[in-house]
Every structure is written in C-alpha cells, then in structure tokens.
Write a protein that binds this ligand. Structure first.
Ligand code: CP
Length: 303
C-alpha cells in the first residue's frame, strides 16, 4: 500500500516482509556506522499534534539512519494555534517539497482523512483511540525476537482497552500472525466492539496471567477520559496492577511488555518493569529498526 494508516490495511505477508527488512536494519544500526543511504532522495515531515517521546524520536532516528532529509513540526508551537486547518497546514509543508508525512493526531481517522486530501504518503504514528500500527509491529517483532515466533503464542493485553489504539493495532497484528489474544481489565474499560474481534475476554488478572505467554500492560489513558471513571487509579492498581509477588506466583515465566509511557505503581510496579522478564526497552530498541523498515518499504511504493 502507498500509506501505513493501520494494521487493518496490511496482511501477514506484508508484516513478515517488514520484519525481514527490520532484521537487516537492526544489523545495520548495531554497526559502528549506523547509517545507510537508502532514503537520501526523500524528505519526510514528522507532524505531531499530540505529545510523544518514543514514537517521535524513534521515527526521527529511523529517518536519519536511512539518510532522509527531515523536518519536525509540533502543533503546539505552530500556526495551528492561529486557526490554520490540518489540510492547509500539511499542504503548506508539502509545498516545500516534502515526500512523506509521519503524523500523530488526537482524533481517530485523522490519517485516513489526510490521505484523501493531500498528495503525499502518510504514516500513522497514532490517531486517537483508532490505530498505532508501528507500535503493534514493533511489539510483535519483539515477541518474535524473544520467543522465536508469534504464531501459536498466547498474548494478554491488560488495562484500558477502551481508549487504546495500541490495543486495537496489537490485536489485529497478533491475530494476523497467528497468535491467540486475550484482553483483561474492568468491564468499564473493555469496549463492547471487542466481542467482534475474536479475542478472549477475562476480568480476573491472575487467570489471564496464568493463561498467557506474554502480558502487555497498558497505561490508563486519563487524557482520553471525559468522565470520572471507575475504577480509580488506586483501585485499578490493586485489582489490575502487575507486581513481583503476582509475577513470581504464576505457573510459568511470562514475558512482560509495556508500550510506554509507564505509570510506575499503577499498571506495573518498578520491580516488574525493570525485571529480567520485562522486554520494555527491547521494544523501544526494536522500534527504530521496524520504523526504518516501514519507511524504506513505503518509499519503494512511491508514484
Ligand atoms: N508508545 C508510545 O507511543 O509512546 P509515545 O507516546 O511516547 O510516543
């Protein structure tokens, strides 16, 4: 496809090609000279309408390792504050001869909307509670690296499924690769539409953890909640927080993941986040190679 707007638009072969390409780039970025000239004829704009640490820096590093020219745009310090629209903003950036746009936006569907109105390739770096495709790709890539394969593995996604683009993209990606997926959390944070996605639903954390090979612990997304929610953070931590005592009491040694940013002491305690069962920083490391692969493969689809 010309764009990467969501995991729903790609298939297992596409994902496996991204992983094989990322394997090669991972080898490149571990060399003393971490750069290749692959995208030296491409200019990429990273436009972020919502805060980010990992995704923004990871895309920027991926682009630099591929020798692309880049410009960074943060909405908060731009003329968006003077009322300029999304389409005008992006068309003005494109007038400066930009080929590809990496965009994060607080509204679901912003990337799809933009792809219909502008003439550039779009990479979705997270749109509201809709999709975060490169996060799902780096998560699945990290499971493959740790466990050898994704197919046949049991993955539970714990927490705020209702507001989570990471959960949706992960469910779609893991299922396409042949994993079994469960979601776990309080009924108030599990959306009804989850029943149509073919995942298991479990409200008891211990049962979910005893079922899985991998637990992906999500953050409660207070910024997307417009009502006072139940449970409170304190109640959530008591019922769904993963601590060392629970981890050590399980029947087998599971892999622990978190997309970041972590609320230490809420969804996961520090002794778990920093334990040898956690692959949280491997996820971040793999993000650069996976994003290099996505950008490289999309660039080969240019008109
Ligand atoms: N995982 C993730 O998207 O983190 P950031 O919001 O910091 O980019």
């Amino acid at each position: 496809t010309r764009h990467l707007l969501g995991i729903k638009d790609i298939d297992r072969n596409d994902i496996e090609l991204i992983f094989e390409t990322a394997d090669n780039f991972k080898e490149v970025i571990n060399r003393p000279i971490k750069k290749v000239p692959s995208l030296r004829d491409i200019t990429i704009a990273n436009i972020f309408f919502e805060n980010s640490t990992r995704t923004k820096l990871s895309f920027e590093l991926a682009e630099k390792r591929l020798s692309a020219d880049i410009v960074n745009f943060a909405a908060s310090s731009s003329s968006v504050s003077k009322g300029e629209t999304l389409i005008d903003t992006v068309n003005n950036i494109l007038a400066m001869k930009v080929d590809m746009v990496v965009m994060r936006h607080p509204y679901a569907g912003a990337g799809v909307f933009l792809s219909k109105h502008i003439n550039a390739q779009i990479v979705n770096a997270g749109d509201g509670a809709h999709e975060h495709p490169t996060q799902a790709l780096l998560d699945a890539f990290s499971i493959r690296q740790k466990l050898g394969d994704v197919a046949g593995k049991k993955v539970v996604i714990v927490g705020d499924i209702l507001h989570s683009r990471v959960a949706i993209s992960n469910i779609l990606c893991l299922q396409k690769l042949g994993a079994e997926v469960m979601v776990c959390g309080p009924t108030t944070l599990i959306p009804k539409f989850i029943n149509g996605l073919g995942v298991k639903v479990e409200h008891d954390l211990r049962k979910a953890l005893n079922w899985c090979d991998v637990a992906n612990m999500l953050r409660i997304q207070l910024e997307r909640q417009d009502i006072k929610y139940f449970p409170s953070l304190r109640e959530y931590a008591m019922m769904y927080g993963l601590n060392k005592q629970i981890l050590d009491s399980l029947d087998k040694e599971i892999v622990v993941m978190h997309p970041g940013p972590i609320n230490r002491g809420v969804e996961i305690t520090s002794d778990v986040a920093d334990s040898k069962q956690s692959i949280i920083l491997e996820q971040v490391e793999n993000g650069v190679a996976v994003r290099m692969a996505v950008l490289y493969l999309l660039a080969s689809q240019r008109d």
